[in-house]
Design a protein around this ligand. Structure first.
Ligand SMILES: Nc1ncnc2c1ncn2[C@@H]1O[C@H](COP(=O)(O)OP(=O)(O)OP(=O)(O)O)[C@@H](O)[C@H]1O
Length: 245
């Protein structure tokens, strides 16, 4: 069953195209990596699925009630670490989309937060300020936030960027657990070996969709060359061009 349908999805910034006419579906329970060169539109595509960006054309059609059952983990650089927030509060924030920000942290929620922190290896760090965490610890805390959300669809934007190997392995194990629980996981990633080893499906993007399907078929030499050639056309610092429809 398709949960998320992209129909001719186009995302642009001030008229310049970042994602152009992408169509396809994410099935329930699928585990998909979105890969492509820098500037290929991967984060923009994920942002549109998360409802953070409004399509310039086309649409992201979601199964009924899915918007409330979606967790989105943005790139760590977008997390404001200067906010004086304790780890437990950051994790509890995961439930606020459903329960409202004025809801008190009940003992049941506190137990869920503690269990989530335990699951990501941060037991005992509840009262630590997020500014005091290492990059790896912060990423573990953000995964704990996703855990308490109990989401059906989990969107991860470069979740292992600048994260040490041990943390990456632990968090990849969590992704595998979510997949085993039939949750739908979509992750923007750069490491193709990591994708081949851990993600059964891949969407290769170069503003347009180059290929989308089983990872081994998508990540073949021909597709990768095509994506690279398209990226070379953009030029390293060239502004986005409006493509002819
Ligand atoms: N907020 C924004 N305003 C203007 N342009 C943007 C904005 N966000 C992204 N872009 C542009 O849209 C294009 C696609 O960006 P996006 O971040 O989606 O690509 P990406 O594939 O995730 O890149 P990377 O691998 O480098 O993170 C880029 O050329 C980028 O400069």
């Amino acid at each position: 069953m398709s949960l998320i349908n992209l129909r001719n999805l186009t995302v642009s910034y001030r008229g310049y195209l970042a994602v152009h006419q992408v169509s396809g579906a994410f099935e329930a329970g699928s585990l998909t990596a979105i890969v492509g060169p820098n500037g290929a539109g991967k984060s923009s595509l994920l942002g549109a699925i998360a409802g953070q960006l409004v399509p310039a054309e086309g649409e992201v059609a979601l199964a009924s009630g899915l918007r409330q059952r979606m967790a989105w983990l943005p790139q760590q650089t977008l997390v404001d670490r200067s906010v004086p927030l304790e780890v437990a509060d950051l994790v509890a924030l995961g439930t606020w989309a459903k329960t409202g920000s004025t809801r008190a942290v009940t003992s049941a929620l506190q137990s869920r937060v503690d269990a989530a922190l335990d699951a990501v290896g941060l037991a005992g760090l509840q009262r630590r300020l997020i500014v005091e965490l290492s990059a790896g610890q912060l990423q573990r805390a953000l995964f704990a936030r996703v855990l308490v959300q109990d989401a059906q669809v989990i969107l991860l934007d470069e979740p292992f960027n600048a994260i040490d190997a041990r943390t990456t392995a632990d968090l990849l194990a969590l992704v595998a657990r979510w997949h085993a629980q039939a949750r739908t996981v979509i992750a923007v990633l750069h490491d193709l070996d990591q994708v081949r080893a851990n993600f059964s499906r891949t969407l290769l993007l170069a503003r347009r969709c180059i290929a989308w399907g089983p990872t081994a078929e998508v990540l073949d030499a021909e597709h990768l060359l095509k994506a690279r050639r398209m990226a070379e056309c953009w030029g390293a610092d060239a502004p986005l061009r409006k493509e002819a429809a």
